[in-house]
Ligand binder design. Structure first.
Ligand code: ADP
Length: 490
């Protein structure tokens, strides 16, 4: 009895993890290493790509040692990663030319402002489904080429390679033989035309990035070579960016299905099938998955502050002892306090995209308690999700919402989400949906799963939250929220 197992490597913003999954999608072993965050200046966030590579080898070794100890066969490996984060390295030595520029980094805001002033944002959106924003890789690559001595010349001579962290790890683990990424990661660079599925010359020209640096773009379930650096050299055959991997791990395979991940921020993706649906409400149009050349698209909305509001109440105001304690505090609070909390600590994301907005707490009276404020912080997550879902109307109203991430463990929050969004909320049995998605993609390629139907059959819902709130209450809460958001706008 030794059914094949799959190794998932999840290279996240704060840590690198390796999880060993069995065919049923159960996580048997997790190894994790925190990642050093570098903040060299205001608005700048960097990672050491060398540390990323070493952490990946370490956690994979640990998970593979567990497999060996238990005599488990490892059929393949999948990789999922923090998206957009930009690594440029020397093709010969593999050495990064500088620290990786992380997705959160805002150093290229001026470049993006200039592109917008030149009226180029609509062209960028038409080709990539994205906006002119420092979030995406293109301006980060150009920044490295322009600020690391000699880099532009070396790139032109074909001596340098670019990749997001998936790509750097594929290259590194494979001993420098494969320079490839997948279509979901490519779709976040702002250099990839999501309609033609090719690197786009007009964008390469606009952002001043030489084509020779760019990786081959493969399907999400594809042959990425073997991870020669790891024991047993498992074949790497599943790759997707973290949010897309989570949607795959949630088995959101049918148009109209939506998943929302609640961690530091909140990311909602709606499957729109073979249609790349342009957004009239400033959501992103992105590649959800590409299998055998067939592209599935998604509408994506991101909120920058979800779990951060809970962290802030815990660490700055000391209103709760732990993130989990927010559940009991919210449950105990009075339902009609009228307190509204807009956690725009770093501005507002979709659908507002107001970088200069800042947070606010409204409706305070002498009777307001700590519990009211905690409750309002959780309620904000529900309202922000509802705003994203209503912006998805360009495609159609969703029937239900599949949730995951650290905050999804909060039962009060999930019930409130169902009430405020007026939608059935489904929490899966396997909460590690991001890593699971990478494992499933690899399993699909290596034959552990014959097709996506087999994956759907595997998907288990642990708990369903159904809306119970009166329409008049929902409408009143929505009005309070909309007023409060209006007041924090810049
Ligand atoms: P990330 O992957 O973005 O680091 P996680 O998915 O690990 O985040 O989720 C952690 C976030 O969720 C933290 O911001 C934490 O404050 C919040 N969180 C964790 N557990 C709970 C809970 N039970 N209730 C509310 N918030 C929670």
């Amino acid at each position: 009895m030794n059914a094949p197992h799959i190794l998932a490597l999840d290279q996240g913003t704060t840590s690198t993890r390796a999880i060993l999954f069995d065919r049923a999608g159960r996580a048997l072993h997790t190894a994790q290493q925190e990642l050093t965050q570098h903040y060299p200046a205001d608005g700048r966030v960097e990672h050491d790509a060398g540390e990323i590579a070493r952490s990946a080898v370490k956690v994979c070794n640990e998970a593979l040692a567990f497999a060996q100890q238990k005599s488990l066969t490892v059929a393949a490996a999948g990789i999922t990663n923090q998206r957009e984060t930009t690594v440029v390295w020397d093709k010969k030595t593999g050495a990064p030319i500088a620290n990786a520029i992380v997705w959160q980094d805002r150093r290229t805001a001026d470049v993006c402002d200039a592109l917008r002033k030149r009226g180029l944002e609509s062209e960028i959106t038409a080709r990539t489904g994205l906006l002119a924003d420092p979030y995406f890789s293109a301006t980060k690559i150009a920044w490295l080429l322009d600020h690391v001595s000699g880099a532009r010349k070396r790139a032109a001579a074909g001596e340098l390679l670019f990749g997001t962290t998936d790509c750097y790890l594929i290259w590194h683990l494979g001993g420098g033989k494969v320079h490839a990424t997948d279509a979901t990661n490519a779709s976040r660079t702002s250099l990839f035309n999501i309609h033609t599925q090719q690197w786009d010359d007009a964008l390469l020209e606009m952002f001043q990035v030489p084509r020779a640096m760019l990786p081959e773009v493969k399907n999400c379930a594809d042959d990425y070579g073997s991870a020669a650096l790891l024991p047993g050299a498992p074949a790497v055959c599943g790759v997707a960016g973290d949010q897309q991997a989570a949607a795959f791990g949630q088995a959101c395979f049918t148009p109209g299905m939506v998943k929302s991940t609640y961690g530091t921020g909140c990311f909602a993706l709606m499957n729109t099938g073979a249609a790349a649906v342009p957004s009239t409400r400033r959501l992103l149009t992105t590649v959800a998955c590409r299998l055998g050349g067939a592209v599935t698209y998604a509408l994506e909305g991101s909120v920058f502050n979800a779990g951060t509001a809970v962290q802030w109440l815990r660490d700055n105001l000391h209103l709760i002892k732990s993130a989990a304690a927010s559940e009991a505090a919210a449950r105990a609070a009075d339902g009609d306090s009228g307190v509204v909390f807009v956690p725009a600590f770093t501005g507002l994301g979709a659908p507002h995209w107001d970088a200069r907005a800042r947070g606010g707490i409204f409706g305070l009276t002498r009777a307001t308690t700590a519990g009211d404020i905690v409750r309002a912080a959780l309620e904000a997550v529900c309202h922000q999700t509802r705003d994203l879902l209503s912006a998805m109307d360009d495609y159609g109203a969703p029937q239900s919402l599949r949730v995951d991430g650290g905050m999804a463990a909060n039962n009060w929050l999930m019930q409130r989400l169902a009430d405020i969004a007026n939608l059935k909320v489904e929490r899966p049995a396997v909460i590690e949906t991001t890593a699971l998605g990478a494992a499933l993609l690899a399993g699909l390629h290596c034959g552990v799963y014959p097709d996506t139907e087999a994956i759907t059959a595997n998907h288990r819902v642990e708990k369903v939250f159904t809306p119970k709130m009166k329409e008049s209450t929902r409408a009143a809460l929505l009005q309070q929220w909309t007023d409060a958001v209006g007041r924090v706008r810049s």
